[in-house]
Structures are given as C-alpha cells and as structure tokens.
Design a binder for this molecule. Sequence first.
Ligand SMILES: Nc1ncnc2c1ncn2[C@@H]1O[C@H](COP(=O)(O)OP(=O)(O)OP(=O)(O)O)[C@@H](O)[C@H]1O
Ligand SMILES: [Mg+2]
Length: 327
Amino acid sequence: MTAIDLYNRRFVLFSGKGGVGKTTMASSFALSCARRGDKTLLLELDVKYKASSLFGATDIDFEIREIEDNLYASNVTPWEAMKEYALMVLKIKLIYKAVFENRVVRNFLRVIPGLNELVMLGKAYYHATETDDTGRPVWDKVVVDAPATGHGIFFLKIPAVITDVISSGLMYDEAERILELLQDPSRTGIVLVTLAEDMPVNETLMLSDVLREEMKLPVACVVANAIYRPLFDDTQSQWIDVARDEVEGDDESMVSGFLEAARFRNDRVGMQQDYLQRLRTDGDWPLIEIPHYFFDRMSFAIIDKIAEDLHQALKIESSGIESTGTS
Ligand SMILES: Nc1ncnc2c1ncn2[C@@H]1O[C@H](COP(=O)(O)OP(=O)(O)OP(=O)(O)O)[C@@H](O)[C@H]1O
Ligand SMILES: [Mg+2]
C-alpha cells in the first residue's frame, strides 16, 4: 500500500459507478479542503442532481459562485463551456454571437464525438492552471465530480484519443495540455468511489487497471462508501445465531424480530468486510472507508460529517508519507 497526499494535489477528480457516492464524496472533500484554508472550486460536470443544493445554494449553474467560506461551485454544461471557450478564442463578441447563435453551427457542434467531454475537461483544466496577474494560482484546489464509469472512462480517455487521431490544431493542443495535467501525479489525483458490493467492486478494480495501465493516470486512492459499523463482537454474534435458531418458528417469541434484525445486520457487515478484503488484496491503492449514515434526506450536516471523516483518514495517510517517504 502506498500513502497519498491528496491535499497537496491541485486537481482532484472523483469517479466511479453510478450512484456509489461520487457527488457526496466530491462535495465533502471540497468542503474539507475549504476548511483547511484552501480556496477551492467544486466543478460538477453536467449533472442533474446538484451537490451545491446541499450547501443551501439552489441556483448554482455555470457561473462560479461562493457557497461556503473558501468554497466555490459551478455546474458545467458542455454548451456553456463551449461558448465560454469560443469567446476566449474568438474574442470579439459579435463574431462569437454570429457563430453560436446559428442553428446549423449549434447542431453541428452537438454531434462531434468527444467535443462535449473535451470542453468540460478544458474548463476544469483552465481553472486548475489559472493564475492571477502576479502569476499566483487562482485556485488551491479544483475538485471535479466526474460522470459515472463507462461514460467516466470515455470522459477521461478523450484527451488521449484526440491526440492519437489528430496531429495538430487547436483541439490537439488543448487535448495535449489536458492530458499532461491529468497524467501528472504531483498535480492530479483520481479518487475512485465504490460501495463494498459485488458489481461496484469489480468495476472499481477494472477501472483502476484501465486508468493506470492503459491511460497512465494517477489513481490516488479508493473510497469505500457507506460501510456499516459492526454492532456485535464474536461472542455476541455466536449467541445471536444460537438464540435465533432456538426461536425460529416460534411466532409468540417477543425477541424473534430483534434477533432476525441482529443477524441481518451481521450478514451485511460480513458481506461488506469480504468485499473490503477483496479491495485490499486485489488493489494496491490506499483504501479509505466512509461509514453508512442513516438519514431521511442528504443534508449539509452529513456532507460536513463525511468531510471530517475524509479529513481524519487523509491525515493518517499523509502521516504515512512523512514516516515512509513513499508517494
Ligand atoms: N455514506 C453514506 N451513507 C448513506 N447514504 C449515502 C452515503 N453516501 C451517499 N449516500 C446516498 O447515496 C445516494 C447516491 O449518492 P451520490 O448522489 O453522491 O452518488 P453519485 O455516485 O454521485 O450518483 P450518480 O452516479 O447518479 O451521479 C444518495 O442518495 C446519497 O444521499
Ligand atoms: Mg453524482
């Protein structure tokens, strides 16, 4: 296992299968960075469910807005990113308007494969490398909530695909610059989020292989999300099993429901521990575990709790760096 120092990387991307907690983790990590004093930008790429709403900001769209002290957010859509980029290149608003308000051009741009992903990554790249008049970085951290795996691999693959199939021009230069940043482990960290379940674990192992071996991208760590806390020790568990068998079929028993619930919880814990073990043996990245929280609705309070969990876990990992000197 190698130690990580995620807080020292400027560009951190969260990826993983659909519904595993990428948005939750990206938001919590961004909040923990902001709390440490880093000026942090949370970029959500073309999502319907906006993490920024958890911060009480319901109307975050493309424009960057402050949602907490030191924490800023934007919901990036391909179309807005394309317009912003075009404005930077074309400079003159009138020409830009003539081009972008043309329906034919609009429809044409929509169907170029990979262009949507490239412009959204381009926007993230721009902010990750953005400097002020004195040459100092504008952002200490740019945190990206990337699309789900499948789509996610395609998304991260785009710069390499473009530099492979075209050999010069604006799009090539842009893709090459983005690829260089993405592959640089001193600036970039990819965090894979997973649940301790069969499909997400398989997909995480597969995704990690593709990212590292094929694409040479720095997978910094894996976050195993929503882990159940064991409630019973071995002796208690044995007792639960025996007692459960004894009351089985006894509908009058006052405790059968409790024993059933206890056994169910133990089974869930056991299953998750097996998958965590699989992640530890089949993967060689640091593994961070985040507890399962029970709530009616995801809220800022939960994001805040997970931010603290991440902070604690990363502090332990980073202290490993100082003592072992690995990275
Ligand atoms: N640690 C946790 N404990 C309990 N519930 C959680 C935890 N983390 C996330 N959730 C819940 O799981 C669901 C999925 O989380 P989230 O939206 O962050 O996933 P996602 O990977 O971004 O999904 P998508 O692929 O749809 O964008 C949400 O309802 C969220 O509130
Ligand atoms: Mg999401």
